[in-house]
Design a protein around this ligand. Structure first.
Ligand SMILES: Cc1cc2nc3c(=O)[nH]c(=O)nc-3n(C[C@H](O)[C@H](O)[C@H](O)COP(=O)(O)OP(=O)(O)OC[C@H]3O[C@@H](n4cnc5c(N)ncnc54)[C@H](O)[C@@H]3O)c2cc1C
Length: 433
């Protein structure tokens, strides 16, 4: 009998097929890259995406705030051959205002701005581009999976299908995570284990248009000294402000606390009443660690479901597309065995190396907010361009944490930060400005 590991699981060949669970950015990007590579290599392959949501007509929503990095534009245009959907851009982001409890600092964007879109519209666009390349999109949820040595069987609410390789692009969907765990558990030690996550609550506030104009094009980011909220943000969108908070177990009550927290209240419309009862809350999750068992013979997992992204604030749409493309390259050029997918893992080495730095920065951010170190750090940053730049890159997720730390830390700055933190610990507070 043939085993699961074998050299015969080579690159996807003429007449073979791939099924992708999930038509979000990572699934759609993977499908487009598979079809592009197949055309380049002269192979005829069948690619099917199962997507449970209806993006067209905005029947379903997505909790994502929809801030897309300039790097995503490059990835789409240069690596997928898909035009960035400028017609969907509602506004662009000119920078951030970072708030501690007593201080705030403006962090200006110095390069190309980030773009704000409505996520369902963006997902509909990318899925449309996949369809144009001949990808079959089945509008229903996958309900079960079976892995055998010679195929994968996919069961859904609509049909069932056999494929040569499966791509898991199901985000942090609980149902899909469970079925994947169940389907891979016979392999025990290398079964799929999803990434650890932070919860997020999102709400929208609709101020009058004059207030929105005055609010400007900056995202207000908060690191409050509230033990259960790791960070929060107020983002200007086309006709509203999106407010989101994240933490290990945030809930609606904590969102209420955040909306009445003095630094947050100062940026919201004066007439806004958080207890009026007409706010709709949405719940989402961010991955903050790497999944385990995210590839094996005949399957590979991409995007949020793999946790393969910059941990703690990570422009997940960009990383979703990048991991989707890397998985497609491996499938078409290296193979569909566990050994071949080690190449996919190696291609993501920069993110894997950054995990430890991300954990350090996350811990520093929580401790700084809690012990009041953040006030003096922001005060120093007002007169230190390199530190301001580092804060911008950290908040905007423009750079990996490793690069930010090594590009910024100089002995003089480290000494000033340490001294200011020590003073903060002893109770000396900088004057707020
Ligand atoms: C509150 C919040 C705000 C965010 N803001 C931003 C931001 O501003 N910018 C940014 O870049 N990122 C942001 N993110 C992160 C971003 O949303 C994710 O990183 C990104 O969506 C990951 O893409 P994905 O394709 O891996 O997963 P998803 O976008 O989650 O797509 C997975 C898809 O799989 C489908 N699916 C799941 N299970 C099944 C099944 N069994 N059968 C069929 N289909 C299935 C789902 O319907 C879904 O469409 C935010 C996240 C949260 C929670």
């Amino acid at each position: 009998m043939r085993t699961f590991s074998g050299d015969y699981l080579g690159p996807l060949d003429d007449g073979q097929s791939a099924v992708i669970i999930g038509g979000g950015p990572s699934g759609a990007a993977c499908a487009i890259a598979l079809k592009n590579l197949a055309a380049e290599l002269g192979r005829n392959i069948e690619v099917t995406i199962y997507e449970g949501k209806t993006f067209a007509g905005e029947i379903h929503h997505n909790q994502c705030v929809g801030v897309l990095s300039p790097r995503l534009r490059e990835v789409m245009e240069e690596r997928l051959g898909v035009a960035f959907p400028r017609h969907l851009v509602q506004t662009s982001i000119g920078g951030y205002v970072l708030h501690s409890d007593r201080q705030s600092i403006v962090l200006e964007e110095e390069g190309e701005p980030s773009y704000v879109v409505k996520r369902v519209q963006f997902d509909d666009y990318l899925l449309g581009k996949a369809r144009e390349r001949g990808v079959r999109v089945v509008q229903c949820r996958v309900t079960d999976l079976e892995f055998a040595w010679d195929r994968v069987v996919v069961y859904s609410e609509g049909d069932n299908r056999r494929a040569d390789v499966l791509v898991g692009a199901f985000g942090l969907d609980d149902g899909a995570i469970q079925l994947f765990q169940r389907a891979t558990s016979p392999r025990r030690s290398d079964a799929y284990v999803p990434p650890r996550c932070l919860d997020s609550i999102v709400t929208r506030i609709y101020p009058d248009p004059d207030f929105l104009t005055e609010f400007g094009d900056r995202i207000h980011a908060f690191l409050p000294a509230m033990p259960r909220i790791e960070f929060g943000a107020v983002t200007p969108k086309h006709d509203h402000l999106t407010v989101n908070i994240a933490g290990a177990q945030v809930d609606a009550r904590l969102m209420g606390d955040f909306l009445t927290f003095a630094p947050v209240k100062r940026v919201l419309p004066p007439s806004f009443n958080p207890s009026s009862g007409d706010l709709a809350y949405f719940k989402g999750r961010f991955p903050v660690s790497l999944a385990r068992g995210y590839y094996n013979d005949r399957y590979v997992i991409v995007g949020d479901a793999a946790g393969l992204l910059r941990p703690f604030k990570g422009k997940g749409v960009t990383y979703g597309c990048i991991t989707g493309i890397r998985a497609a390259e491996t499938i078409m050029k290296e193979g569909i065995s566990k050994a071949a997918f080690r190449g996919y893992e190696r291609k993501s080495q920069e993110v894997l190396d950054d995990m430890i730095y991300g954990r350090i920065v996350r811990w520093l951010a929580i401790a700084s907010a809690y012990y009041g170190f953040l006030d003096p750090v922001l005060e120093i940053a007002k007169n230190d361009h390199a530190l301001r730049r580092a804060l911008f890159d950290a908040v905007s997720a423009n750079k990996l944490f490793k690069e930010i730390i090594w590009d910024t830390l100089r002995p003089g700055l480290a000494a000033r930060l340490a001294a200011a933190s020590a003073l903060a610990l002893l109770g000396f507070k900088p004057r707020s400005s």
